[in-house]
Design a binder for this molecule. Sequence first.
Ligand SMILES: [Zn+2]
Length: 304
Amino acid sequence: MSADLQNPAFHNDDKARETLEAIRWPNGPFCPHCGNSDQEKIAKGEGKAHRPGLYYCAECNGQFTVTVGTVMERSKIPLSKWLLAMHLMGASKKGVSALQLQRMLGVTYKSAWFLCHRIREAMTPAKRGPIGGQGRTVESDETVIGGKAKNRAYAKKPPKKHSVLTLVDRDGDSHSFHVANVKARTLRAAMVKVADRKSHLVTDELLSYGSIGKEFAGHTTVNHSANEYVRLGGFAHVNTAESRFSLMKRAVFGTHHSISEAHLPRYLAEWDFKWNTRKINDGERAALIAKGIEGKRLTYRPTN
Ligand SMILES: [Zn+2]
């Protein structure tokens, strides 16, 4: 997808539909009801009597469009605005707030809010592989987000703090979670689910890492307070996780201000997605989001 804001797909719903069809169906449409992809048995509805983009499946006698079975199904928001929102959210380093999207797209706040969360859903991979592996270095770092009263204009008490754990393969992907606390047992439970223990682990000197570190192929700790990031010839640093965190913190304090516990996993998925796609261009990233809309409708539950 061209990332140029002049791309007609961002302004014209027919073009947007064609773009989305090309991304989702590179080998021609398939029926989301029965899985039929035999092009002989799929007919496109032509002419004014048909809804645009409607297909008929001769295998199950069903009808479908490119948005059936996706986070976009039954949405009243025009397709061109969906694509533009995907591009804006994917291209923004600090994240886009619903308010910002409301202004940029000329939609209601409620629509913008739903767009944001459904697009985050599309950014969430259906399946994730382990972080790290043999011969790879995994950084683990924890941070606390929220909790600053000065970012809230009217609230009397500071918003709740949330601990977030991020595991980053120094040459690969990151995976972040909300954790109840940073005690050894909690961190271990989260880490063994995600990190490949054949990796070399690099962490700060938090005592909680002491025993879990022994389960990895190796464990190096970095003393933050002494600023010894370059110990061992530059190896012992957690800069990768830290730059990942700085991106996230800028998003929280600069864009979203406060994030509720219920929505936190989706924001974390957005930051992981941006980190994991940092080497591709904005157009490729937007296309990846558009591909990610598939099969998510059933798992999506609006929380308000
Ligand atoms: Zn069918």
